[in-house]
Write a protein that binds this ligand. Sequence first.
Ligand code: AMP
Length: 381
Amino acid sequence: MTLSPILPGASLGILGSGQLGRMFAIAARQLGYRVHIYSPDTETPAGQVSDVEISAPYEDLEKVRQFARGVSVVTFEFENVPTLTSRACAEIIPVRPVGDILHITQHRLREKTFLIQHGFPVTPFRRVQTLEDLQAAALELGLPALLKTASFGYDGKGQQIIRSHDALPIAFESLKGAEAVWEAFVDFEKEISVVAARTQDGQFAAFPVFENRHANHILDVTFAPALIPIELATDAVNLAREILEALKVVGLLTVELFVTRQGRLLVNELAPRTHNSGHLSIDGCITSQFEQQVRAICGLPLGATELRRPTAMANLLGDIWIRAGGSPDWCSGLQDPIVKLHLYGKTEPRLGRKMGHLTATGESVDEAIARVITARQRLAL
Ligand code: AMP
């Protein structure tokens, strides 16, 4: 495959049309690229800021090939794209990261099996296909535990916490025949993530480690630098580097990690793309994760990832619109001039739906967090 870079002026394709695609498209356009989007949806966050939007099912492989013919490279912003779709693109142009990586990371069992086979630390788990598997897993790994569907899970969707053996039959019923993973509950101290990029000629760059706080299984606040010892941050970046190397990623990959109370790192999940926790890089780092994704898939030199100042990001869920009884109070939210607003162009606020985010920088992480949380509170007093 060619090592020559895809230069500004070319058209880049994205499978998926949500906010990650939107922020990618904005970064790509800034660098002088054109952006084509493909997803089954209409009126999408990414489509609003792209040159071409194709709305068709992922299974319509003729349309997919037509999309691929119009661009120089294809990437993803959403990992539940069918493997056949990325294969159809790959017949025509490079897909970065390659579809095989998507195939592994869109299925929890394949992902965990890959990680274990390569010696990476993961949460103890068991595959569950029958009620007997579930009962055996509960005996072997103990309770409490999380039962997660193997496919199509994100933001806590398809997950349930199991606290007693009596709950097993009902939990099994609720899977409705879907393959699942039994995961030991990790009483972690912190959640962190490493967003990293790798190019075809082997350049590697990781963002500073992000520390993540969740509410109801959905990311709530991220800040950087993570409040962890420097050695642990170095270990986390080295782990990410080894994972990107093992998968031969060309593009971006995010590694979500638990820091256990004993100070050990466990990989929770991989995402072959930019990540919600990396949004603070837009305002906080020299290069944003979206610009880095463009650079990595196009084979340009990677950008510097250093943090300019301590930075915090707070997600804006549809809950805020509902609490505000309509539109949030933007003027109050933006009273602090250091606070930045990012909205994703979604018209329908729903509980738990990611509508946008705020970022703030500060002299310290504590100050950045306090400023971003205060700003968010002001949106719906
Ligand atoms: P996931 O979709 O697997 O990333 O899970 C979403 C969130 O649920 C994680 O970020 C954690 O906050 C929580 N979670 C997931 N798996 C576990 C686990 N094995 N132990 C404790 N908490 C978990």
